[in-house]
Write a protein that binds this ligand. Structure first.
Ligand SMILES: [Fe+2]
Length: 478
């Protein structure tokens, strides 16, 4: 009996370890789900079996002569739970969302001298393809982006680009963005605050299983392009939130330095003989480990001597302080971390616990200043907007397109007890809304306009006073 119990405990431990490893891993969602299911198949019956055999050992009340039920068969009972687990996995796609209230901002052409004037643009979808959906040509999209950015820099203090700058995060598309930006003077360029959107970083165009691994690789490549073509132009005023003295650009310079050493002296895979077989390991050249420890002593957690991943670099960089003076602080968040690798779920937004934790710390530090948050995804919908969305796109859950951890974000903002302003884009719908702790402003798309209006709206300008009072000062229409 003892051997049976040991065997089952081992199986149970293997299942639990697998689940633990998968939860902590960076594998894509499809592979994670498959391994998790396999681990449940092992762990559940093994755990239950251990319990049954322990019971038999302790009480001696279940023997094959006394019972018609074979304990080995009874072990399979937990498999009945599998459908329940599957339901929970699917349910996790449909998270709880934030309910917003309707808001109508006051409109005024002039704003007080002290107010911060912000142009709010989003979803430029720059592309090299001849047309995008709904028949928008490449040239018209480029023209809209050029005009919108020119309008924004002429009339405001700060210009916000709330993600989806490109349509597929390709190198050529980022080239178009660089062309637009290079036409501006340096002071104007430095007033443009950019965050990534799902099209820039995490969009997938097929289903799980077809390109699960490819989606991961593509995400990594897009993160690299975002770093090299967008963040590389960041002014020195963009700073790390976890170390407010360090400009983002300095981290990127160190990262580029490390990459040069990594490529010249890459780690080499080696097979290491062990007692009962062999395992794969990496030998790290001296130059590389020296560079890695140099960076580590400066407090940077990325990269390690064995790998550098741009998606991990972005995790280190966000939340990012994009602008700060004695009255205002503008924080950029990255909600385009992949929480799905299929066409069904890659448009979802997620900040992740790490980023939220850091954000909470930042919120505490910025107490006393007017906080403005830039994020790509919707934090929530008002009932009216949700209703309209359901009517327009009944086959897509409006919930699913919002930030999956929006509730957590709002909870952290509420702790602050002072009003904040959230600016975002994503679904190309212009609306103003409020919640207990602030105001949420959703931008139309510079490329596509506003899905719910025929006014050809492409952007807005607001004036934000030091006390958090917001007025709509301009609309950008084509
Ligand atoms: Fe988007």
């Amino acid at each position: 009996m003892i051997w049976k119990i040991l065997y089952l405990v081992t199986l149970w431990a293997i299942g639990l370890c697998l689940i633990w490893l998968v939860v902590r891993s960076n594998l894509n969602e499809g592979v994670r789900a498959a391994i998790k299911l396999f681990a449940y198949l092992i762990a559940l019956p093994a755990g239950w079996g251990t319990f049954i055999f322990l019971l038999i050992t302790l009480t001696g009340s279940w023997s094959e002569s006394e019972s018609e039920v074979d304990p080995w068969h009874a072990m399979l009972l937990p498999w009945l739970l599998l459908p329940v687990i599957c339901v929970f996995e699917v349910r996790s796609l449909f998270h709880r969302t934030v309910r917003l209230d309707d808001l109508l901002l006051p409109e005024r052409g002039e704003s007080s001298e002290k107010a911060l004037k912000i142009a709010h643009l989003s979803d430029l979808h720059l592309t090299q393809r001849p047309t995008l959906g709904e028949g928008h040509s490449r040239t018209s999209i480029l023209d809209h982006a050029n005009r919108a950015i020119r309008w924004a820099t002429e009339s405001t203090d700060l210009v916000v680009l709330a993600g989806d700058i490109t349509d597929r995060g390709d190198r050529d598309e980022w080239g178009l963005y660089e062309d637009i930006i290079s036409q501006l003077d340096e002071p104007d360029r430095n007033r443009i605050l950019v965050i990534p959107g799902n099209h820039d970083l995490s969009l997938t165009t097929s289903f799980i299983g077809l390109d699960g691994g490819a989606a991961d690789v593509e995400h990594e490549l897009r993160c690299r392009r975002f770093v090299e073509h967008c963040l590389a132009h960041a002014p020195r005023t963009w700073r790390l939130s976890r170390d407010p003295q360090t400009p983002v650009i300095e981290v990127l310079e160190k990262a580029a330095e490390f990459r040069r050493v990594y490529e010249a002296h890459p780690p080499k895979p080696v097979i290491v003989a062990t007692g009962i077989g062999a395992s794969l390991s990496f030998s790290v050249p001296q130059q590389l480990s020296k560079k890695a420890s140099e960076i580590a002593t400066e407090g940077l957690l990325w990269p390690t001597s064995k790998r550098y991943l741009y998606r991990e670099l972005l995790t280190l960089l966000y939340p990012m302080v994009l602008f700060e003076n004695e009255t205002f602080v503008v924080v950029g968040l990255n909600s385009s971390t992949p929480c799905g690798t299929s066409i069904l779920s890659s448009a979802f937004g997620q900040l992740g616990r790490k980023q939220l934790r850091e954000f909470e710390r930042l919120v505490e530090l910025s107490d006393g200043k007017q906080l403005i948050i830039l994020i790509h995804h919707h934090v929530g919908f008002t009932p009216a907007i949700r209703h309209r969305y359901r009517q327009a796109k009944p086959w897509i859950s409006a919930k699913a397109l919002q930030l999956r951890d929006g509730k957590r974000l709002v909870r952290k903002i509420k702790k602050r007890g002072r009003n904040v302003l959230i600016l975002h884009g994503h679904k190309h719908i212009a609306y103003q809304a409020s919640f207990a702790s602030g105001v949420v402003l959703s931008a139309p798309s510079v490329a596509y306009g506003d899905s719910f209006s025929d006014q050809n709206l492409r952007g807005f300008a607001y004036a934000v006073s030091s006390s958090g009072e917001i007025t709509l000062t301009q609309r950008f229409q084509l």
